[in-house]
Structures are given as structure tokens and as C-alpha cells.
Design a protein around this ligand. Sequence first.
Ligand code: SAM
Length: 247
Amino acid sequence: MDDHERTREAWGRAGEKYVREHADFLAEARTATLFPRELDLLGPLLSRGPEVLHPMSGNGVDDHALVRAGARRVTGVDYDERAVASAQERADALGAPIRYLRADVPPFPGPDTAVDLVYTGKGAVVWVADLDAWAAETARVLRPGGHLFVHEAHPMVPLYELGADRTGVRADRSYFAASHVNDTFPAHGAVERQHTLGRVVTAVAAAGLAVVELREHPEPFWRPGGAEAAAWDGRLPNSYSLLARRP
Ligand SMILES: C[S@@+](CC[C@H](N)C(=O)[O-])C[C@H]1O[C@@H](n2cnc3c(N)ncnc32)[C@H](O)[C@@H]1O
């Protein structure tokens, strides 16, 4: 079994969580909002009522947040059958203008220049094996003047030992490794790609998108275990937001 199949199988097991916890996700979807640090960059774009594509949409809760902030319509794409079905059930239950497609991305489904915003992240870029194909597909589906927005874990995060009093660097990890096997995420056993920040920005630029802003944040987008860790005390990068524009 290759890394892609191994990851897909792990997400297949994790997809059961989206079904099992349907009621919780539905409750979250009713009030979901994006992080203030996302809205800082995205708020003005969402207020224009964009058509949005959300690759690797997972539980879909963020799609409700995007609609709440102004998106005209959101198309979520995920390869897990259960993730897509349960997210569609929630969107339909709430009468939200969100549809879900099942596809292994990249390539992205849909025609050229069809969307105003590609929104992705919170555990998405790490599953992309071919970053250049991912960036090229983003550029393909965006209308001229459209934007890519990524809010993602900082690539330093897999190196942190999440102690309550101090942060160590894991002896078994390197910032420059190509990948590691996930041991904390719902998709335990999946192969996470370690794209450095330099690689992500370079792939986006090489696809012809102009970087508008790259912000590194001390806050994590997700706190495994829920407990406080010294790595989240404000001194280290835990997430980043990248906004790029198709000229
Ligand atoms: C952490 S989750 C989703 C992140 C999403 N923003 C959320 O908060 O739910 C990652 C999702 O990516 C999907 N995924 C991973 N690799 C994929 C691929 N190659 N094509 C499509 N979906 C993929 C998984 O099925 C999973 O639902």
C-alpha cells in the first residue's frame, strides 16, 4: 500500500467520526464563525458574496461560517464518502447554499475560472502530495481577480513536544523531512506531508498567483487533547494565513 492509499484508508476510518458526531457538528454549524485572524484578511472578500470552492472540506463546519460571513455559495470537496454525505445532510438540514462533491484532489472538480475564492486549510495542505499540481489547479479554477486563502497549521508544529511547562523539539522529526506518520490526528496512521512555508509560497507563486499577504500566528487552529501547552503561550508560530490573488 502506498502513502496515498494509507492516508485515504486512515481518513476512511476517521470519516465515521463525522457520522457518529453528526448532532455535535450540526450544532456547531448553526453558529460557526471563522477565526478573527481569518476574517481580518477574508472579511472584505466575503462581504462581496463570492462563489467559493473548499477543497478537503472535512466536517464542513467552516462552510457554514463562510456563508455566514457572506459567501454566495460554497462547494466542498472531499474524497471521503461519509464526510461528504454527513456534511451534505447538515447543509440541507440548515438550508445552507452548500453542496458537496466527492473527489480525490488535485485535480479540482469544475470548469476553469469558475470561482472567486478557494478557501482551504485547518488540516488540508498536509494531505497534498503534489503541491505544484494543487497550486496550478487553484489558479485554473479562480477567476481573474479571484483569491486563494489558506489557514493552516504552521509547518513547525509537527516538531513541538506539547509539554504543559516547556516545549521540546521531537527527536524523531525534522522540519526538512518530506513526511511523517500522524500520531495525534483523527486520521491516526495517515501520512502527513511536511511542506515548508517556503515550499507553499513558492508553489503558489510558480502557479502565477500573486502573494498578497502571509501572516504567521502564535495561536494553533486546533488544540489536540484540549489541554494547554507551553507551545501555545504566544512565543512560537502555530498557524499561518496565506492570501494570494490571481492577476
Ligand atoms: C482535517 S480534515 C478537513 C479540514 C477541514 N477544514 C475541517 O475542518 O474539517 C481533512 C480532510 O481532507 C480529506 N482529504 C485528505 N486527502 C484528500 C484528497 N487527496 N482529496 C480529497 N480529500 C482529501 C479527508 O477526507 C478529510 O476529510
